[in-house]
Write a protein that binds this ligand. Structure first.
Ligand SMILES: Cc1cc2nc3c(=O)[nH]c(=O)nc-3n(C[C@H](O)[C@H](O)[C@H](O)COP(=O)(O)OP(=O)(O)OC[C@H]3O[C@@H](n4cnc5c(N)ncnc54)[C@H](O)[C@@H]3O)c2cc1C
Length: 406
């Protein structure tokens, strides 16, 4: 029974007892869960599921994970420890950040302890996948999932790879496809409401001992640009904008870092980043996690920690749904409700902050910087309120303060 007939079928059965999970597909074996996507969120979800005793497969379209990733790789210390993330992927630590206003007024914030780590995404992604595999996940690389068919008793994927085209069935599908939304569309889950664009280069930069953030309409309208030290002289330099990422990044390097970045014609890589979550992140026998669900900070575009948190919630909900033998959309909606309870307020505040910030002129930003520079107490309060992964506290504080200053 295809998706199109599913709605009327569900209505007919609404009054009846719970779903029987008996598998009448004529196949000998069917996975409990298939995870689509071998990024950090897909691998972590597969790891947790396999660790809980589920029979899990993971399909990843690339032959190797972590190879074509465009990411600065910053992950807060708290989630890093909480999710026991791979230490061997750490390239550097962030303990201090300097912000520069449009006219280069500098504000340095130094924290008592490390606030975040910068990782090598190739090592990071590979290690998370290895852990999932070690727990028993059947990993299939070089397998592109083309479509999903949702049926009453199972979901079926059409999978293609080198010289291969086949169908795979599972009781539940977890979509962790990052910024690729074609499968969501195929099961009628609307796309994320918008996108930002991240453009980045990796090169040598002189005198970069701590993370630097640059603001200003010329450099990065309504948003920010960054330079993050890795190891030795290596650095990641990037911008987060609404469009023309490459253009803004070139301008940023030319206007702000010319004396410190010597390498010419450095390759610029760009990628769109989800801005705002999907309206709904579950369907009958389907859950969406990570960037695929738009679980990305609306302030910075960071998606790893929120995605990992939502993986945990998804797995807890799935455990209960399997126990109750109920994999209906209604039951899986617990996931949708629970992750929104944790993160939706943050996403909304980030959006408000961005709208507020977009209206500020360079003069306004300079004025705010001068004010904080002269008021040590305010700078101290900012340091104390700063939380790497939850920005709503500092946003409320900042917006109230800035309204008084400008
Ligand atoms: C310039 C830039 C800087 C960033 N910096 C940071 C940062 O510092 N910190 C942070 O937390 N986040 C950052 N992000 C965002 C971060 O990279 C993403 O949020 C994160 O990678 C999301 O992980 P994911 O597992 O959900 O998706 P992804 O990492 O995108 O993984 C999805 C996987 O699914 C696979 N896939 C997709 N479709 C299919 C299919 N149909 N069949 C099979 N496989 C499929 C893809 O090949 C991919 O491997 C940055 C993004 C950009 C662009």
């Amino acid at each position: 029974m295809c998706y199109h007939f599913y709605q009327s079928y569900r209505n007919q059965r609404a009054a009846k007892a719970k779903y029987t999970l008996a598998i009448k597909t004529g196949r000998e074996k069917m996975d409990d869960v298939i995870v689509v996507g071998g990024g950090p969120i897909g691998s972590y979800t597969a790891y947790l599921l396999a660790d809980s005793g589920f029979q899990v497969s993971l399909f990843e379209e690339d032959e190797e994970v972590g190879k074509n990733v465009i990411c600065t790789g910053i992950i807060g210390k708290e989630p890093f420890e909480r999710f026991n993330l791979p230490e061997k992927a750490i390239l550097s630590q962030i303990k201090s950040v300097t912000f520069f206003s449009p006219s280069l007024i500098a504000l340095n914030f130094t924290f008592p302890d490390v606030i975040a780590y910068v990782v090598d995404r190739t090592v990071f992604d590979k290690e998370l996948l290895r852990r999932a595999k070690e727990k028993g996940t059947g990993v299939q690389l070089g397998r592109h999932v083309q479509s999903i068919r949702i049926c009453e008793d199972f979901a079926e994927l059409e999978v293609s790879g080198r010289d291969l085209k086949k169908k795979e069935r599972a009781k539940v599908i977890v979509l962790a496809t990052g910024g690729n939304y074609s499968l969501q569309r195929s099961v009628r889950l609307a796309e994320v409401p918008g996108f930002l664009y991240g453009a980045q280069m990796e090169t040598e930069m002189k005198e970069l001992t701590q993370t630097e953030i640059y603001l200003g309409r010329q450099i990065c309208p309504g948003s920010f640009a960054w330079a993050v030290p890795l190891s030795g002289l290596r650095s990641r330099i990037g911008v987060l904008v609404k469009n023309k990422g490459g253009l803004y990044l070139k301008r940023f390097v030319e206007e702000r870092l010319r004396e410190r970045v010597r390498e010419k014609n450095v390759k610029i890589l760009q990628k769109r980043i989800a801005y705002g979550p999907l309206k709904r992140t579950v369907k009958h026998r389907v859950l969406v996690v990570g960037e695929a669900a738009g679980q990305v900070k609306t302030t910075t575009g960071g998606g790893i920690s929120y995605g990992l948190l939502c993986s945990e919630i998804a797995v807890e909900v799935l455990k209960k749904a399997f126990e109750k033998r109920d994999l209906s959309e209604r039951k899986l909606a617990d996931y949708d409700r629970l992750w929104r309870k944790k993160l939706e307020g943050e996403l909304r505040m980030g959006h408000l902050a961005r709208r507020f910030f977009e209206k500020l002129s360079d003069k306004h930003i300079d004025k705010i910087f001068s004010f904080i520079q002269k008021n040590r107490k305010v700078a101290k309060a900012i340091e104390e309120k700063f939380d790497f992964d939850h920005h709503s506290g500092i946003i409320s504080f900042g917006m109230n303060l800035f309204r008084k200053i400008i």
